[in-house]
Design a protein around this ligand. Structure first.
Ligand code: PRT
Ligand code: ZN
Length: 296
């Protein structure tokens, strides 16, 4: 890696639920990635960075060891790694808002459950043994954790365990297997991590630029630019309605004394209900447009 101390190395999932979303984020941050999905690495054409395509479970190790300066990984994988390895070697620099899921304990529909005490003496099948052990320790309950690498939802039917602890997003998998979630152990989303090992000044500089672009992308994903006209007496009511907007720009309309144009960046979703409220408050010619780029 020594020869490469003037480039950034970013680890992302090779193929799986986070791969396309991770690539999409980097593309939105302006990185032109040389395609070829089966390659293990890809060069970024217009930014001094290389992507490493690896299994999600290996991403914390890559970043903690300093083989990659950045990585994109699920908070669940990161937490499991940290508890297992004793932590250290990386820091979380951004929550990315995708790959959302919860790590939940579930049991067959008929299993009675009255809080964590019902887990005492039970067997819990999971791919997240460290997180489950922490949960049990926090709850002061003793149970047996059975580690499985996949198909955890089959464990109760195979009588391997009475409970499972697995990731849930829509809940369809639990339902299809006759299981019911009884406890949420962790809420997770994809995060951007950065190594805490010393890196070369050129890499630190590239890292700051990458981070600032990613923060810009995240800010624009939820933001909209909103414009409207309004009479002077409606301005106070209108600024109170604008969702998540700080200090809108208000300029007089040429040739219409007492009327103004209001422009604002809204940091939250703008719904039809909001537009109706603005109209009722006296606004007209309301436009909502997406923001393509933003640097904070
Ligand atoms: O090959 P590699 O090791 O890289 O991938 P993987 O198979 O370990 O992971 P992958 O691609 O399945 O998931 C990558 C990451 O996506 C996870 O670590 C989570 O951070 C995130 N994520 C978000 C999910 C889910 N949602 C999810 N629903 N990961 C897995 N699932 C599975 C879950 O395990 C269960 O089998 O989907 C099923 C449940 O989904 P629902 O919608 O039926 O509830
Ligand atoms: Zn994995």
């Amino acid at each position: 890696m020594l020869a490469d101390r003037d480039r950034l190395h970013i680890a992302i999932q090779k193929s799986g639920r986070l791969s396309d979303l991770s690539r999409g984020l980097l593309k939105d941050a302006g990185l032109r990635i040389q395609e070829g999905k089966n390659a293990l690495t890809a060069r970024v054409e217009n930014f001094a960075a290389d992507l490493m395509f690896v299994r999600d479970d290996d991403i914390p190790t890559f970043v903690a060891d300093g083989a990659c300066e950045f990585g994109i990984v699920g908070g669940n994988v990161l937490d499991e790694f940290t508890l297992g390895a004793g932590g250290g070697g990386f820091e979380t620099v951004a929550k990315l808002g995708f790959g959302r899921c919860s790590l939940r304990i579930a049991a067959p529909e008929a299993t009675p459950y009255q809080g964590p005490r019902s887990l005492a003496g039970a067997r819990i099948a999971t791919s997240y043994p460290n997180i489950v052990r922490r949960f049990l320790a926090d709850a002061g309950v003793e149970a047996t954790v059975v580690t499985m690498n996949g198909a955890v939802e089959l464990a109760p039917r195979l009588q391997i365990a009475g409970f499972i602890c697995d990731l849930v997003s829509t809940g369809a998998t639990l339902e299809a297997n006759g299981l019911r979630a009884v406890e949420t152990v962790l809420d997770s989303e994809a995060v951007l991590i950065r190594t805490t090992r010393p890196i070369a000044p050129a890499q630190a500089d590239l890292g700051e630029r990458l981070l600032s672009r990613i923060e810009g992308v995240l800010a624009t994903r939820d933001s909209k630019y909103i414009m409207m006209n309004a009479p002077g007496e409606a301005l106070k009511r209108i600024t109170a309605i604008l969702p998540g907007a700080e200090a809108p720009t208000i300029v007089p309309l040429h040739g219409r004394p007492g009327h103004f144009a209001v422009h604002a960046v809204c940091q939250e979703s703008v719904f039809w209900e909001t537009l109706q409220k603005l109209k009722d408050a006296g606004a007209s010619a309301i436009l909502v447009v997406p923001i393509e780029k933003m640097m904070l």
